[in-house]
Design a protein around this ligand. Structure first.
Ligand code: NDP
Length: 252
């Protein structure tokens, strides 16, 4: 029996851990050929081996999405290996909360460079392929990872949350450009999800707060978000989920 994403070509950024890794495995299980992007080549090779062992098709591309030339080259590699991408899960991101008066300008810039500029680099490089796929195959998907932080205020997370508000708003705007070209655009806004994201936090007080939150409620798993991506991409082509917030049941 054919799987729902058989014949589709998916690109997943931030695929070396967490949500991206789980989504690559899930989409491959649904029948898509998957190109997995991140900087850690060893993690990507392991992921490709796992997917292939399960009968899937995968390609590892080690690239830094803040490097526009590297992302353009990655887009060429995907097209050469699989043909035009028709599902982009634009997911690489970093969260570095800190009180604003600490003036952690390097960390502000890191978040802006990856969560905004990196995300845009990937969109710019892959939109021509999505549009081509929309024209030739009738449907393509651009799915961006935002955050519940795009909606709700959290003390010390203002810069991160603002980058994610950009992602949600950009997704809404891009739907107007791409919808008429058969490219659906969606933003997924996860709440607390157990991944490596929190391990990069350098502020001890905020790390403790996050660790405390883990003991107070059951966090989402990366697989919960992967299932959401698979759901969005498997819908009939007339249906575009514009924005989905996925929360742990216990998170207010
Ligand atoms: P992880 O830290 O596990 O994953 C982040 C991924 O981004 C890694 O694969 C990392 O790989 C990749 N990455 C980081 N920098 C770059 C770069 N410059 N170029 C290419 N890839 C890069 O965290 P999550 O899985 O949680 O994060 C995925 C997305 O989900 C992020 O956008 C995050 O903001 C969002 N999110 C997460 C939530 C959570 O609670 N976990 C909640 C809401 C949103 P590598 O280091 O190998 O490059």
């Amino acid at each position: 029996m054919s799987k729902p994403l058989t014949g589709r070509v998916a690109v997943i950024t931030g695929a070396s851990s967490g949500i991206g890794e789980a989504t690559a495995e899930h989409l491959a299980g649904l029948g898509a050929s998957v190109a997995v992007l991140a900087r850690r080549a060893d993690r990507l090779s392991d992921l490709v081996a796992l997917i292939e062992k399960d009968g899937g098709t995968a390609l590892a591309i080690a690239a830094d999405v803040t490097d526009v030339a590297a992302v353009r080259e990655a887009a060429g590699q995907v097209a050469a290996a699989f043909g035009a991408a028709d599902l982009l899960f634009n997911n690489a991101g970093v969260m570095l909360p800190a009180p604003i008066d600490e003036l952690a300008t390097d960390q502000w810039q890191q978040q802006i460079d990856l969560n905004i500029t990196g995300l845009m680099n990937v969109i710019g490089a892959f939109v021509p392929q999505l549009v081509q796929a929309g024209r030739e195959r009738g449907v393509a998907d651009l799915i961006n990872t935002s955050s519940i932080g795009a909606q709700n205020p959290y003390p010390n997370f203002a810069v991160y949350c603002a980058t994610k508000a950009y992602v949600t708003q950009l997704s809404k705007q891009m739907r107007a450009d791409l919808g008429p070209k058969n490219v659906r655009v969606a933003a997924i806004e996860p709440g607390f999800t157990t991944t490596e994201l929190q391990s990069h936090v350098t502020n001890a007080g905020i790390s403790d707060w996050l660790e405390g939150a883990k003991t107070q409620l059951e966090w989402l798993t990366p697989g919960d978000i992967a299932a959401t991506v698979g759901f969005i991409a498997s819908l009939p082509r007339r249906v575009n989920m514009q924005q989905i917030t996925v929360m742990p049941t216990g998170q207010a």
